[in-house]
Design a protein around this ligand. Structure first.
Ligand code: FAD
Length: 466
């Protein structure tokens, strides 16, 4: 057969798992080759985290512009030039970041191959490129091939039935948008389009949306969504859909009754499947779970020790920062600097809904499950000067601390700035800080972050502002 080219560390996929692994491996002295079949930056930068947050931001601006406010500002009739929005999202936001990643890979002398990789055996990859194919024999491989939207056979993608990628690039703002799946992606995009003026209906199979955030946290988000005409149907099963040139009608079942809802577009957001089926893993000794996820150790090693797997192809939440964290562990392990750590100790998760939701570490349910004796303290943004002065005094901060040692175990936030505020709490958990450590840390005034200090004072029994 053809002669294989020898490479040192090969990374398959260039999302937040793959590109971070490649850069860190290069920093640690490895010769790195990265293979990408589509766009550098993966789902997150091209069709995930980043473009969705760009549209969510435009939704906030538009909503602010058209809504009545209590401070006497009237804005001349706001209009959106949607093609400009799309152009900005793609050519400024996404391309700036993917261009940056390409530059960083070059700076670290990472060899970039545009092509689709699959394993021939435990040591060899076949890479199909535009003009032929190449065999690579590697010392170490890191699989970071990510995930793809799940398609429901009865609701096939088309002009009017779209996945999240389609929903980020709709040709117009829908008058009516139907969403099957009220998880984080469905709720974020539903919230964004509701802000942009769409009438949004979410059809959810479970008895609640925003799974992973408890009812008390989700309430301000759901209240805000329904206040803007959003409809949420829970315990509902999507059955079938008819799409025409101009619209789509979904049939779903709720309480044993068939119902229909029509709209301009139907977004299917029911989850993502790991990209492991076309990787030729059956030619290797890499073991998959029955859900198609790759089994790994705490050091990200698969059942073939010199083949690693990170990101959405592994078990656990599908989050960019999880992929990047695993990437650093894999790169370090290859360089002989293993530092396995319990990833789930304080893995934060954020939903960019109105209002934002964030969680890290333990939750009220998990402390009950684990029978931990915890103090749960809360502080509302309604008592925070900054939140009131920006007219966003909604939601609260919740801290969960050990009753005896006062060590912070977990935290949840719903309200303004939750996505940025949660990092302070992850840092505290990771470093074993107590609620007293937090309340003795001077927080600048007036800031949303003061609510963290206030919540810690509540835990210590010495609240000032409540
Ligand atoms: P990916 O980013 O999926 O990258 C995998 C790459 O591998 C792709 O570029 C793919 O083309 C390439 N590839 C696959 N197979 C091959 C092959 N055989 N050969 C060569 N290349 C291959 N997460 C967050 O943390 N925060 C958010 O706000 C957030 N928002 C999201 C919004 C949306 C709409 C979506 C869809 C996802 C969002 N996510 C978010 C999830 C996040 O995008 C993923 O968790 C993350 O991208 C996973 O990173 P990864 O490196 O594992 O894989």
């Amino acid at each position: 057969g053809a002669q294989a080219r020898e490479v040192d560390t090969v990374v398959i996929g260039s999302g937040p798992g793959g590109y971070v692994a490649a850069i860190r491996a290069a920093e640690l002295g490895q010769n790195v080759t990265i293979i990408e079949r589509d766009q550098i930056g993966g789902v997150c930068l091209n069709v995930g985290c980043i473009p969705s947050k760009a549209l969510i931001n435009v939704g906030h601006h538009y909503r602010d512009a058209i809504s009545e406010n209590p401070f006497g500002l009237t804005q001349a009739d706001a209009k959106i030039d949607w093609s400009k929005t799309q152009d900005w999202k793609q050519n400024t936001v996404v391309n700036t970041l993917t261009g940056g990643v390409k530059m960083l890979l070059k700076k670290h002398h990472v060899d970039i191959i545009q092509g689709e990789a699959s394993f021939n055996d435990n040591e060899t990859l076949n890479v199909v490129q535009e003009d032929g194919h190449e065999l690579l024999q590697f010392n170490n491989a890191i699989i970071a091939t990510g995930s793809s939207p799940i398609e429901i056979p009865a609701l096939p993608f088309g002009k009017r039935i779209v996945d999240s990628t389609g929903a980020l690039s709709l040709p117009e703002i829908p008058n009516k948008l139907i969403i099957v799946g009220g998880g984080v992606i469905g709720s974020e995009l539903g919230g964004a389009y509701a802000n942009l003026g769409s009438q949004v209906t979410i059809i959810e199979g479970l008895d609640h949306t925003l799974n992973g955030f408890d009812a008390e946290l989700a309430k301000p988000v759901i209240d805000d969504f329904t206040k803007r005409g959003g409809v949420i149907v829970t315990s509902a099963m999507a059955k079938s859909a008819v799409q025409t040139e101009n619209d789509v009608t979904l049939t779903y079942e709720v309480d044993g009754q068939e119902q229909t809802v029509s709209g301009d577009y139907l977004l299917i957001a029911v989850g993502r499947r790991a990209n492991t089926n076309t990787l030729g893993l059956n030619n290797t000794d890499v073991k998959l779970s029955d859900r198609g996820l790759i089994e790994i150790t705490d050091n990200m090693q698969t059942t073939v020790p010199h083949i690693y797997a990170i990101g959405d192809v592994t078990a656990g939440p599908q989050l960019a920062h999880k992929a990047s964290f695993q990437a650093k562990i894999a790169a370090a392990t290859i360089s002989g600097d293993a530092h396995a750590r319990d990833l789930h100790y304080s893995l934060p998760a954020v939903a960019y809904t109105n209002y934002e939701l964030a969680t890290t570490g333990e939750t009220p349910e998990s402390v009950t499950e684990k029978q931990l004796t915890a103090t749960i303290s809360k502080f509302p943004f309604a008592a925070n000067g900054r939140a009131i002065s920006i007219d966003e005094a909604v939601g609260f901060i919740r801290l969960i601390s050990d009753k005896t040692t006062k060590a912070l175990l977990g935290a949840q936030i719903v309200g303004p700035g939750a996505s940025d505020l949660i990092s302070e709490l992850s840092l505290a958990i990771e470093n074993g800080l107590t609620t007293t450590d937090i309340s003795l840390t001077i927080h600048p005034h007036p800031t949303l972050g003061e609510a963290i200090m206030d919540a810690a004072e509540v835990a210590d029994g010495l609240p000032i502002h409540i």
